[in-house]
Design a protein around this ligand. Structure first.
Ligand code: CA
Length: 418
């Protein structure tokens, strides 16, 4: 696929990607939809108003001129696929429509350094799964011992909890150290104050494009048609608050103070070439959870930390999304199997993604084994959990033969409790 805009081999945004996001500029502060291409953002609202998408959108107006992608997402996977074809055609070296139209190009092709990314979606509901077997096993061993690491339900259903959509924030938003109630094992009474065990969680999430009616479950083999695309997620967690509060109803204030997402949503079409074989599920899930395809996505994941002292970011973990035990279609089928309805813009996250060994664990809790094995950083620094001033960055990409389909990054800096 030849694009008239040159992209570097390690660029996350070649013509094979074309993710969707919302951005604004100084010249035009109205948030609007764009796609990333190399170092540029292509303003889709300008292309729309110039009639490039009229064949697909028909009489619909201003699909890309909104401050979120929800209307576009609600139009379904066929519309999305058709828009992708048009975009790849517009950007192709053989097509003069944009390539040789200087005035149009100046209007719609904007250097990304001049753009500020905005929240891409108005999120109605947010659910966080717990779908990495390695993560669930690690946490289980730490809290319950090796014999009872996985709860009896874990291999039979994708465990999850309902999070808060209100505190999902865009990459780059500072994370204020939350306060809460904790209780040390040897203390008689709980105490209140800033969390001392602030952690990140390496996750990915997917957005619902088209939902389902109440009482009308989404079957597992139709689930992908309802999914718009994926983002990187950091589910910030306060381990000491979590430990005291989670019995018996699960995570609450230890989780809902902030969840960061990356600004670009990578579509399932862009991820399609990177399907790989999924881990074997044993025991076989119940029929409603049996996927038609036996695939996972091969997405390389990197977590790095930058402290106030460190000169360059330090890699904390290298993982891969293909380690997930439950896939996105199973998660969505399970979430709706009781009739629960999804709506356009709902966010469903994977849960912490951990690989088979310490170099691929997805949280400080696991990397430092509850703080008992601190991470050694350059210049004699070490970390058990995150300190004020630390900046965490998660990035992910699929590696093609001579190109990447990437997610950009999700980052956040810890600032002191107020
Ligand atoms: Ca989580």
């Amino acid at each position: 696929m030849n694009c008239f805009i040159e992209t570097e081999k390690d660029s996350h945004f070649p013509i094979q990607n074309l993710p969707y996001g919302i951005f604004k500029t100084n010249d035009n502060p109205a948030p609007r939809a764009g796609t990333a291409i190399g170092k540029y953002i292509l303003d889709l609202s300008v292309l729309e108003s110039n009639g490039f998408f009229s064949e697909v959108f028909k009489s619909r107006k201003n699909v890309f001129a909104n401050s979120d992608l929800n209307l576009f997402m609600s139009l379904g996977s066929e519309v999305r696929k058709n828009i992708r074809k048009i975009l790849q055609n517009i950007l192709s070296s053989d097509n003069p429509a944009l390539k040789e139209n200087d005035s149009l190009r100046q209007l719609c092709l904007i250097d990304s350094v001049k753009c500020e990314m905005c929240m891409p979606v108005t999120i109605g509901d947010y659910t966080d799964f717990y779908s990495s077997k390695e993560h669930a096993t690690n946490v289980g061993i730490m809290f319950r011992g090796k014999e009872n690491a996985l709860m009896p339900n874990w291999l039979h259903l994708p465990v999850a909890y309902h999070g808060r959509a209100s505190s999902v924030v865009l990459s780059g938003t500072d994370i204020i150290r939350p306060k809460g109630q904790t209780k040390a094992d040897d203390a008689e009474m709980p105490s209140f104050g800033p969390t001392r065990l602030l952690d990140f969680e390496l996750e990915m999430g997917f957005f619902i494009g088209t939902g389902n009616k109440l009482s009308a479950p989404i079957p597992v083999d139709k689930a992908d048609e309802h999914i718009f695309g994926m983002v990187m997620v950091n589910d910030w967690s306060a381990r000491d608050i979590q430990k005291w509060e989670y019995v018996p109803l699960g995570p609450f204030l230890a989780k809902n103070f902030a969840t960061s997402i990356s600004p670009w949503i990578v579509t399932l079409e862009a991820l399609e070439p990177f399907k790989t074989k999924k881990v074997i599920q044993d025991p076989e899930p119940l029929p409603y959870l049996r996927s038609k395809g036996d695939w996972a996505y091969d997405i390389k994941l990197d977590v790095s930390i930058k402290t106030e002292k460190l000169k360059a970011p330090f890699i904390l973990s290298k993982s891969n999304y293909r380690y997930m035990y439950w896939d996105i279609c199973q998660q969505l089928a399970h979430h709706t199997v009781n009739g629960c309805n999804m709506r356009t813009g709902d966010l469903l996250a994977s849960g912490t993604i951990s690989g088979p060994d310490k170099s691929s664990f997805g949280s400080m809790l696991e990397i430092t084994w509850r703080g008992t094995e601190p991470v050694k950083l350059p210049d004699d620094e070490e970390r058990k959990f995150l300190l004020d001033g630390d900046e965490l960055t998660i990035t992910g990409w699929c590696q093609g033969e001579d190109y990447r389909v990437g997610f950009g990054e999700v980052k956040g800096k810890i600032i002191p409790a107020v």
